[in-house]
Design a protein. Structure first.
Length: 196
């Protein structure tokens, strides 16, 4: 089997084509490709229109939250939105560890998820960017209103792999104590036995 990625073709409208002419390739993920545009904007081009629509609907519902990108344009296969500055959370932790202020930001984001009435209170480290003020930005929201997860399982699994889960749970204990026992129990059980 080849390691080469398979190419794909997406028919874009004239507006998206115009954006791409001024864009610079940033990266490619499972769902599509992202280009940096002038004025701190990005265009994310999706392989699947349904995934694009799902992400757009989440971003529409989170417009009052500063943790989520602002939408500028939306097409059937793309979204133009604000650029999330900063370091990817897992890279930041590898370089700096998880200090109290960064952990405090994560707890604040998870409280925001609850306030936004997310049914999936989870996100992966790689979908979070920490700016110079240690403020977290979400870049790839998925299924937050359609899937159910009552604790940040993937996030804590990632923090465990980075060796900072204990540091994070200490901050949860001091700042979000009402969920500490439940989250601590669930992640310990999950890591030991792989049970949700």
């Amino acid at each position: 089997m080849s390691n080469k990625k398979c190419g794909y073709y997406i028919q874009l409208d004239d507006r998206a084509e115009e954006f791409l002419r001024s864009g610079r390739f940033l990266g490619e993920g499972h769902n599509g490709i992202v280009y940096l545009l002038p004025n701190d904007k990005v265009i994310k081009i999706f392989k699947d229109k349904r995934v694009c629509e799902g992400e757009y609907n989440i971003l529409k519902k989170t417009t009052k939250s500063k943790h989520f990108p602002q939408i500028y344009y939306y097409g059937s296969n793309y979204i133009v939105r604000s650029y999330a500055k900063g370091a990817r959370l897992d890279y930041y932790i590898k370089e700096n560890g998880l200090d109290y202020d960064a952990a405090h930001s994560i707890v604040g984001l998870l409280k925001e998820f609850k306030k936004l009435k997310f049914t999936k209170l989870d996100i992966r480290c790689k979908d979070l960017y920490l700016d110079e003020n240690l403020y977290l930005n979400v870049i790839d929201p998925k299924n937050n209103y359609s899937k159910h997860c009552i604790y940040p399982r993937h996030l804590m699994k990632g923090l465990n792999k980075l060796g900072v889960l204990g540091d994070f749970l200490n901050v949860v204990y001091s700042e979000y104590n009402e969920v500490y026992d439940d989250w601590s129990f669930r992640i310990t059980r999950y890591l030991k036995r792989g049970i949700k």
